[in-house]
Every structure is written in C-alpha cells, then in structure tokens.
Design a protein around this ligand. Structure first.
Ligand SMILES: *[C@@H]1O[C@H](CO)[C@@H](O)[C@H](O)[C@H]1NC(C)=O
Ligand SMILES: *[C@@H]1O[C@H](CO)[C@@H](O)[C@H](O)[C@H]1NC(C)=O
Length: 252
C-alpha cells in the first residue's frame, strides 16, 4: 500500500545517511550526557535531547549532520488515503522548517529491551517546496503543480525507537532498526499555488475546501506523513548513534 511512497523517501534518507559508515565521532563537547544511574535520568534525557535539537540548527561537522532548520528533503511522496483523499501528493525540493522549535515533553529509555521513547511538540512545522498532484479530494477533482506550503500547527509527536547493538573496534554502538512516529497536529494549513493551471477562482475554492476540512483530509493521509517523518528522524538518529559509541551518550 505505502510501498511506492515510502520507497521514494527511503531513497532520500539513504542518500542523507550515505556517509555515516566511516569514522567514530564524539558527541560535541557542548552536548549534555546522562548517567544511567541518575535517579532523574528521564528528565536529564528530555532536557539534553531538546537542547541538542536546538544546537543542531546549523548542523554539526563533528556528527556529519547538515543543517536541521530548514532540513532539506529532496523528495517526499504522500500516498493516497483510504477515504476522501484519492490523490498522490508528490513533493520535491522540500525545506522543512520548524524542527528546532520543538519542545521535548518526555523521554525515556529501556536498556534491557533497547528501546527509546519521546514525546515532543512542535509549534510550527512547515513543508515548503514544489508539489505536483492529479486526482480527487472529497470527490472534487484536483490537479496542479507549483510552489506549496503545508503547515502543521502545535504537532504532538510520539517517537518509539528500537535499537540493535553492534560492535566496531571494541566499542558498542546502537543502530536503530525501527523508528515509529505518530503525529497529532492541532491544525493543518494547506497552500498549493497554481492549482488547475493557475485558474485562481477554482484554486481558491478547492484551497478553501481543503482548509475547511483539514482534519478529514489530513487524517486520511496521516499514515503517509507519519511514515515519512519516521524515515527522516530514523536517518538523523542513526547518523548520531552509529558514529558515537554508546558509552559516550549514556554514561555508566
Ligand atoms: C506558509 O503558510 C503559513 C501558514 O499559512 C504562513 O504563516 C507562512 O507565512 C507561509 N509561508 C510562505 C513562504 O508562504
Ligand atoms: C502518545 O502516546 C500516549 C500514550 O500512549 C497517547 O495518550 C497519546 O495520544 C499519543 N500521542 C500521539 C501524538 O500519538
């Protein structure tokens, strides 16, 4: 069902992550570390993850990460829904703004099961780029291509990460084999320019329909957004964890 869209995104994430296999790295010295025995470990992790996200705005040479805000996403495909959204949304040259404004509400780790959990809220997540689509939404025909802007307001995100340990030169690392995301925005604002080959009246009408029914429209394709964000975060998390030995992230 999602094979096509996720395939395209996987490709972009693999490109993003293409050079992580090389040198071991250390967490930048201004990043906090948490001790596993700290009775306030979860709070330590929550604060440090939030702080790290803010510090990564411009990226990190040490960690081989490009800028976080905006984050460049070469291609993103959101598949058709099962309900009112009978259209595949192709996005290209996307800049994702707003990740570094995220607040981490809670975080925890389960070392026995090699899992990590976090809940965050991002005040404004904006996907800006080029779109193309042709199909139907809420039974109305829709087609067009051009600049677009999809804004997710006050988005709560649950992150569930499952790791697999591996050894390299006598050091233990974590590689995440799964990164699952659930997204709950308070509101979504769609702006697709040049719908219907630039017919402004039709374009404004369908734009209004999309925004008046944002909940129904977004919910129908939420799965595609969750899988795409999951893959993007998965690539970023592995970039760090497969290069920094575990004992430099979580102190014994
Ligand atoms: C994108 O849409 C949001 C919400 O409508 C708006 O605040 C923002 O200014 C828009 N940005 C651009 C570049 O159009
Ligand atoms: C996150 O998980 C909690 C606990 O299972 C749940 O109550 C909440 O609705 C979830 N939030 C999102 C954004 O999925």
């Amino acid at each position: 069902m999602m094979g096509f869209s996720v395939g395209a995104v996987v490709q972009s994430v693999l490109l993003l992550a293409a050079c992580f296999a090389t040198e071991a790295a250390r967490l930048p010295s201004n990043f906090g570390r948490c001790s596993k025995s700290d009775p306030r470990f979860n709070e330590c992790m929550r604060a440090n993850i939030e702080d790290a996200i803010h510090k990564l705005k411009e990226g990190s040479k040490e960690l081989g990460l490009k800028r976080f805000d905006p984050l460049d996403i070469p291609e993103l495909v959101i598949g058709e829904g099962k309900g009112p959204v009978n259209v595949v949304q192709h996005f290209k040259d996307v800049e994702l703004y707003g990740l570094t404004g995220s607040k981490v509400l809670a975080a925890s780790a389960d070392f026995d099961n090699k899992m990590m959990y976090a809940t965050s809220v991002t005040p404004e997540l904006r996907l800006q780029g080029q779109y193309s689509m042709k199909g139907r939404v809420l039974l109305l025909p829709i087609f067009g291509h051009g600049p677009c802007n999809v804004t997710l307001v006050n988005t709560k995100i649950n992150h569930t990460l499952t790791a697999e340990p591996f050894e390299k030169k006598g050091q233990t690392y974590w590689s995440f084999k799964d990164y699952t995301v659930t997204l709950r925005p308070e509101r979504v604002i769609f702006k697709f320019d040049n719908l219907f080959d630039g017919d402004a009246r039709l374009g404004d009408e369908i734009g209004k329909v999309l925004n008046d029914n944002w909940d129904e429209v977004f919910t129908d394709v939420r799965d595609g957004y969750e899988k795409s964000f999951g893959l993007i975060f998965h690539g970023l998390a592995n970039r760090v964890f497969t290069r920094v030995p575990l004992k430099d992230i979580f102190l014994e």
